[in-house]
Design a protein around this ligand. Structure first.
Ligand SMILES: *Cc1c(COP(=O)(O)O)cnc(C)c1O
Length: 392
């Protein structure tokens, strides 16, 4: 058969026909427990009634008008997000990469407005910031960059979690204007920085006049047990990017800023045709209202603790299990050897998981996960991992 799609993904041999909460059904009617949520996208689970209602109602009223006009749904979503995040202004695009592009452009323009002609942004090894040219250049993974040279320059890279390296860069790179990091690295393998990492980055940014840009595209929207992961650290960034969980499946990205960073863009400096249209903003507002109103953020924190305890009990003592880590419903199980094969074995067993950084099983279930489903997740996964490790 002629293959109509560019092979940008190595797709698994399954097609989903419908979903409900944490469950998906394929075209043969087989049921799967979704412990991935479309990679941290469907926080409210599948076919959530509030989302369907908001989407249908708004689609029947107005989908698009253009950013040449005022958009009430965009203004009210922006207002809601800046209040919840202690930020001052919002820009909306259609994806995570676009949100990060906005943040990178903002940091550069901010520098140019202050007379810095060759600004650089500090980024980390193992990071993931997207697939556009600027965001893949910021990404700390050669596989994402290879073949797309020349890369966008203006990024200085240091190891993740390493504050001494940041302090050294501060001394040797007078053109640094911003730091851009994930509060927990997602694609990088659920890497947790030391507890003092974000607070001390905040202090260094204040000391050197840098913008602290947090990529909360995967960690945000309640996934870690706080609406934004940096809230665990008690700091506020200057710029924060969101996407994934913000639309529960509708494409939306946001770049929020405060202080001087909030005033950088003016008419003509950035834009998007689709960004922040009435439909996606109405749905995203419903996502935020549901997360907050139904206490799903606290629930994610509690379920995360429960899941981690159960995973520790089931797998913690196994030789091939290096570490079980993460926060809230963003969990990683690092094995001693590459385990990408587990994804297909889990699929056969009716469980959707992901493996990232070759050896890390990544769990990002919908925040509506309940205990019986968490138990089933652990039982199925533990069986698979035990068998996998025994094969070695
Ligand atoms: C997924 C992701 C992105 C890219 O988002 P897209 O919507 O795929 O462009 C950027 N940063 C992080 C941390 C992500 O997890």
């Amino acid at each position: 058969m002629n293959e109509p799609l560019m092979s940008t993904y190595r797709r698994l041999p399954v097609t989903f026909a419908r979903g409900d909460g944490v469950w998906l059904w394929d075209t043969d009617g087989k049921r799967y427990l979704d412990a991935l949520a479309g990679i941290a996208v469907c926080g409210l689970g599948h076919a959530h009634p509030a989302i369907r209602e908001a989407l249908c109602e708004q689609a029947g009223r107005l989908i698009h008008a253009s950013n040449l006009y005022r958009i009430a749904e965009q203004e009210s979503l922006g207002q809601m997000l800046i209040e919840l995040a202690a930020m001052e202004r919002a820009f909306f695009g259609n994806s995570g990469a676009e949100a990060n592009e906005a943040a990178i452009k903002l940091a550069r323009l901010h520098a140019h407005q202050r007379g810095i002609k060759d600004p650089a942004i500090l980024v980390t090894e193992g990071s993931f910031h997207g697939r556009t040219l600027a965001t893949l250049s910021a990404t700390g993974n050669r596989k994402v960059q290879a073949g797309f040279e020349p890369l966008v320059h203006g990024f200085v890279r240091v190891p993740y979690g390493d504050l001494d390296a940041v302090a050294t860069a501060a001394v040797h790179r007078p053109n640094l204007v911003a730091v851009m990091v994930e509060p927990i690295q997602g694609e990088g393998g659920i890497q947790m920085p030391p507890d003092d990492y974000l607070p001390r980055l905040r202090s260094l940014c204040d000391e050197y006049g840098w913008l602290l840009i947090l990529d909360e595209i995967q960690t945000g929207m309640g996934r870690t047990g706080r609406l934004f992961a940096h809230q665990h650290a008690g700091i506020v960034p200057d710029v924060m990017t969101l996407a994934k969980g913000l639309g529960n499946g509708l494409p939306i990205g946001a770049c929020l800023a405060r202080g001087a960073a909030a005033e950088v863009f003016g008419p003509g400096s950035h834009g998007s045709t689709f960004g922040g249209n009435p439909l996606v903003c109405r749905v995203a507002q419903t996502v935020v209202e549901t997360l907050v109103g139904q206490h799903l953020i606290e629930h994610a924190g509690e379920m995360g603790l429960y899941l981690r305890e159960r995973l520790h009990a089931a797998l913690g003592d196994l030789d091939g299990v290096v570490e079980i880590r993460g926060r809230g419903l963003m969990l990683g199980i690092e094995l001693a050897r590459p385990c990408a094969d587990l994804v297909e074995e889990a699929l056969t067993a009716g469980l959707l998981i992901n493996v990232t950084a070759e050896r890390v099983i990544r769990l990002l279930p919908p925040l509506v996960l309940e205990r019986p489903e968490a138990d089933q997740l652990v039982d199925t996964l533990a069986g698979l991992v035990r068998r996998f490790l025994a094969e070695a």
